[in-house]
Ligand binder design. Structure first.
Ligand code: ZN
Length: 149
């Protein structure tokens, strides 16, 4: 039953992707990233203002897990401070890699519905693609602490 609810959330994000589009402007950072294990592709646009993500959008194609995860990530990081974005990034990696939480005080919102991907090792990169793209696009942003490959 719980599995069904999770699947519904994932399919909803995969079908009705949030924050799809292109961001324009000199200050907008952009990266094109490809998941080598599944062929998923994403172009991520991030607009940083002060120490927070002012706006974020993406364009992409790929499997349901990758597109849902990207959609969920944009909702999580939009309007969020870079310190909190860093915490979300680490907590989500932990959830996917181990199926467990480190800090349950961090609210992963809809992204929690991807917990089951933990058991599907071959799909880890699908769920993590958007966050790996974020690591690249924010690589030179001091306040952001991503995960080094
Ligand atoms: Zn995939």
């Amino acid at each position: 039953m719980l599995q069904d609810i999770y699947r519904k959330v994932v399919m909803d994000h995969a079908k009705y992707r949030r924050n799809v589009g292109v961001l324009e402007g000199e200050q907008v950072k952009k990266v094109h990233y490809k998941n080598p294990t599944c062929g998923d592709v994403v172009t991520l646009y991030v607009d940083i203002d002060e120490n927070q993500v002012k706006n974020v959008s993406f364009e992409g194609e790929g499997c349901s897990i990758s597109m849902a995860s990207t959609s969920m990530m944009t909702e999580l990081i939009k309007g969020t401070s870079l310190t909190d974005v860093s915490e979300l990034r680490h907590e989500f990696e932990q959830l996917i890699r181990t199926g467990d939480r480190v800090n349950t005080g961090i609210d992963l919102q809809d992204a929690m519905s991807l917990k089951g991907v933990h058991k599907l090792r071959a799909r880890h990169n699908c769920a993590l693609m958007a966050w790996q793209a974020l690591d690249r696009v924010l690589a030179d942003v001091q306040q952001y602490k991503g995960i080094k490959e």
